[in-house]
Design a protein around this ligand. Structure first.
Ligand code: PGA
Length: 263
């Protein structure tokens, strides 16, 4: 991905969550880079590896010069200050991070992050030169209560209100139904497509300027080497945010390659 942001880039991001030491993370990154280098025709989708903070340096070193990007899983909105245990955007950028995942459901529902916190982090990531991957998605009870659209509209409106279209188009959104994360229960391509359309329509209302059709939206939640290609057939799905299946190089490479083939 060059300095000029392409319209709706194909992107596959691996969210390693709280897994792997620097040494183990670097080994996984090197294995992935080797697989990708051996198959240049399939290496046209952008890929980001998102290890824990402690492995960012080692993974950035392991992918240096390969074209594979590095991302963080969270950041604090402030530049610096008395925020024990937190990491700022400039700190991440200084380690070679290009991306940062924001508002992941585990942060919203386990760590108590609010829509307002995600909105503040989104603005800070843009300030700090990081490409935010903004996560949205409904809980199982919300889906079963026919509240999926309401939740997506609320989360997108809170995060994107006041952003101009040119800026909003340089962000990435990940639709991750919470009931599909780490459960093995992947959303059907139709469920994912419908949710992505809600997100696009909401962006058109909240931001305007063609944002809905131009922003990249990834699907996340139990994506693996076996189901990725089918999801990528959907026009509204621009890539994937992958958790468990990103911890194994060959499988994660299959997902990234499927994203490249699909467009
Ligand atoms: P999963 O996680 O692929 O293990 O379901 C996805 C995510 O949490 O981003």
């Amino acid at each position: 991905m060059s300095a000029t942001w392409p319209r709706r880039p194909r992107l596959v991001a691996g969210n390693w969550k709280m897994h792997l030491t620097p040494a183990d993370g670097a080994a996984l990154a090197r294995e992935f880079v080797a697989l990708r280098a051996a198959d240049p025709a399939a290496a046209t989708s952008a890929v980001a590896l998102c290890p824990p903070f402690t492995a960012l340096s080692a993974v950035a070193e392991a992918v240096r010069g390969s074209g594979v990007f590095v991302g963080a899983q969270n950041m604090h909105a402030e530049l610096k200050g008395a925020f024990t245990g937190e990491i700022s955007g400039p700190m991440l950028a200084s380690l070679g991070c290009r991306f940062v995942i924001l508002g992941h459901s585990e942060r919203r529902h386990v760590m108590g992050e609010t829509d307002a916190m995600v909105a503040a982090k989104l603005r800070s990531a843009l300030r700090d030169g990081l490409t935010p991957i903004v996560c949205v998605g409904e809980l199982l009870a919300e889906r079963e209560g026919n509240k999926t659209e309401e939740v997506l509209v609320r989360q997108i409106a809170a995060a994107y209100a006041g952003l101009d279209a040119a800026t909003a188009k340089t962000t990435v959104i990940a639709y991750e139904p919470v009931w599909a994360i780490g459960t093995g229960k992947v959303a059907s391509p139709e469920q994912a497509r419908d949710a992505h359309r809600v997100v696009r329509a909401t962006l058109d209302q909240v931001v305007g300027g063609g944002t809905g059709s131009d922003v990249a939206i990834l699907y996340g939640g139990s994506v693996n080497a076996g189901n990725a290609a089918t999801l990528f057939l959907e026009d509204d799905i621009d890539g994937a945010l992958v958790g468990g299946a990103a911890l194994e190089a060959a499988g994660f490479w299959k997902i990234a390659a499927a994203a490249a083939v699909a467009r």
